[in-house]
Design a protein around this ligand. Sequence first.
Ligand SMILES: *Cc1c(COP(=O)(O)O)cnc(C)c1O
Length: 363
Amino acid sequence: MRTEKHKYLVIPGPVEVRPEILDAQGQWMIGHRSNAFAELYARLQGKLRQAFFTQNRVFVMGSSGTGLWEGASRNCIRDDKKALHLVGGAFSQKWAEVSRANGKQVDVLEVEWGKAHTPEMVADALKKATYDAVCVVHNETSTGVTNPIRDIAQVVRQYDDTLLLVDTVSGFLGAEFRTDEWGIDFALTSSQKAFALPPGIAFAACSDRVLERAKQIQYRGYYFDFIEIEALAQKDNTPSTPPVALMYAADAQLDAIAAEGLENRWQRHMQMRDTTHNWAHSRGLGLYAQEGFRSPTVTTVANLKGFDIDAMAKFMSGKGFSMDKGYGKIKGKTFRIAHMGDMQPAILEEILSGLDEFLETVK
Ligand SMILES: *Cc1c(COP(=O)(O)O)cnc(C)c1O
């Protein structure tokens, strides 16, 4: 929706939220120790399990995704053991920093930005050392790379004591993701990317193996203590006050997603990815991410024409679109087009024609 006051968000988070979903937040507040809340919680659990393709519990947290990074690191990595972080962009790098900031021992398996991690690299690393956890980002939002999680999981699953922790913050509900079938122990996401909810609520599918590990760790922290969260989840509740309004929004959005169908939703994202790629190629622009691993939810365009990205963003703002200008060390050399969440192909076409008009001005 574009109005005089509101610019449609084409940035990779927070993304545009439909008015119906914004409105769903405006229901009467309820106390979280009430039956009405337990019903809301239980209803959400059923829908979230379907969305994650899991039989396990799905934690619902009043936080952004970063909080669950911290929770995952604290609850899954023992003090005298190590984690292997797969790093290939700004977000995977930050998660490794989060583990270190919590005093955890971290080895990093790094690839050049724009490249994906291969199962072979992970297999090699796991032969050389023992790890409590492998931490990997499904969809690296800074570079537009989607990692082959299913194949990486097959490698990690050969090690009984190594948990596979996956950040699917910008992949979830936009790119194919099957928690149980792929053998993922912990899959975390937040609300404001392909889920297309307002920011402030985060979710994680959590296996029994993770809880078994957490029990072996004395200092798990307080807010993200998985054992405590699980104890309350058993009663369809949360340890501290949950973001009730955002849970209403999630409840409505999960219905809309089920009505669209998850496979259809993934398909729509791939269609928008292909449209964006064709556009970039035909306009003499490049794609930053390695071929074969390009994200269905966000395209990082290499600015081969060397135009002024600030000027582009300003031009597009005049058309009612809020554009990204690149992230981290590739800001300026690249910009990202998010095609995720509830964006429809027709809107993407409008965005691309706007960009065409801008390109006319710099010829
Ligand atoms: C946005 C993002 C995060 C950070 O999530 P917040 O909800 O902003 O804390 C983490 N990982 C990836 C891949 C992201 O895109």
